[in-house]
Design a protein around this ligand. Structure first.
Ligand code: PGA
Length: 248
C-alpha cells in the first residue's frame, strides 16, 4: 500500500504575516497525520518555513528550479539553494510555468533531473488542456510529457519522483475531473512507469491536482492509482487543507 501525499501549492500568494497564521493553524489543526504532507511556497519564504515547520512532520518545498547550478542566470533559483534551506520537494513543469514561461517537456525533464541530483524530490506535473481533451488527445499529450521525464530518469531514481496529474481545465476553475476520469489517466501513467520497472512503479506516488477540495478529496483519493493531491486554492485555508489531509 502506497502512503498518500498531500501537497499545498501556494503559488504566488502569501506574506510573512499570513504565512505565519496559516502555518500556525495547520500545526494546531493536524493530529496523527496518516499521510505525508508538504507545502510548496514562494522562494522568499523558504527560511520562514524552515523555522516554523522545524520539528513538525510537515515538509516544504519550492515551485520551480533552475536547470543551471550557479552563475549568471538573473532571477533563477538553483536546486542547491532549495536544498540549503531544507526543502524536500520542488514542483517542476506546473501548467502555469508551461503556459506563461513556455516550458516544454524537455526543459521540465531537465529540471526533474536537477532536483534529483540535489537530493530533492521533484513533483513533476503533467496534464492536458481542454482543447486536448476535447480533441481526444489526452493520452497522447500526457504520454509525451511522461515519456520526456522517463527518458532522462535512471531506473533507480524512479521511485524518488512524485508525479502530479493536473488537467489544465480543472486548475482553479472549480471543475474537477471525475474520480474515474482521473483514475484512467493515473493508470496510464502507472503503466508507463511499469514498462520501465514494474517493482519501482508500484511505489511511485501519483497525485491528482485541479480543484481538489474537502468535498471531493475522499472520492478522488479512493481510486487505486490516486495517491494524494496537489492542492492550490484550498491549501490557502487551513481548515480545508487539513480536511483534505484527513481524507487521504
Ligand atoms: P487548484 O490548483 O487546486 O486551485 O485547482 C492546483 C494546482 O494548480 O496545483
Amino acid at each position: 500500500m502506497r502512503r498518500k501525499l498531500v501537497v499545498g501549492n501556494w503559488k504566488m500568494n502569501g506574506t510573512l504575516a499570513s504565512n505565519a497564521a496559516l502555518l500556525a493553524d495547520i500545526k494546531a489543526g493536524y493530529s496523527n497525520l496518516a499521510c505525508d504532507v508538504a507545502v510548496c511556497v514562494p522562494a522568499p519564504y523558504f527560511a520562514q518555513c524552515q523555522s516554523l515547520l522545524l520539528g513538525t512532520p510537515i515538509a516544504f518545498g519550492g515551485q520551480d528550479v533552475s536547470i543551471h547550478d550557479t552563475g549568471a542566470y538573473t532571477g533563477e533559483v538553483a536546486a542547491s539553494m532549495l536544498q540549503d534551506f531544507g526543502c524536500k520537494y520542488v514542483i517542476v513543469g506546473h501548467s502555469e510555468r508551461r503556459a506563461y514561461h513556455a516550458e516544454g517537456n524537455d526543459l521540465v525533464a531537465q529540471k526533474a533531473v536537477k532536483a534529483l541530483k540535489a537530493g530533492l524530490v521533484p513533483i513533476a506535473c503533467l496534464g492536458e488542456t481542454l482543447e486536448d481533451r476535447e480533441a481526444g488527445r489526452t493520452t497522447e499529450v500526457v504520454g509525451q510529457q511522461m515519456s520526456a521525464i522517463l527518458s532522462v530518469t535512471a531506473p533507480e531514481d524512479m521511485e524518488k519522483i512524485v508525479i502530479a496529474y493536473e488537467p489544465v481545465w480543472a486548475i482553479g476553475t472549480g471543475k474537477t475531473a471525475t474520480p474515474q476520469m482521473a483514475q484512467e489517466v493515473h493508470a496510464m501513467i502507472r503503466s508507463m512507469l511499469c514498462a520501465k520497472n514494474a517493482e519501482l512503479a508500484s511505489r511511485v506516488q501519483i497525485l491528482y491536482g485541479g480543484s481538489m477540495k474537502p468535498n471531493n478529496a475522499k472520492e478522488l483519493m479512493a481510486m487505486s492509482d490516486i495517491d494524494g493531491g496537489l492542492v492550490g486554492g484550498a491549501a490557502l485555508n487551513a481548515t480545508d487543507f487539513i480536511a483534505i489531509t484527513q481524507a487521504a
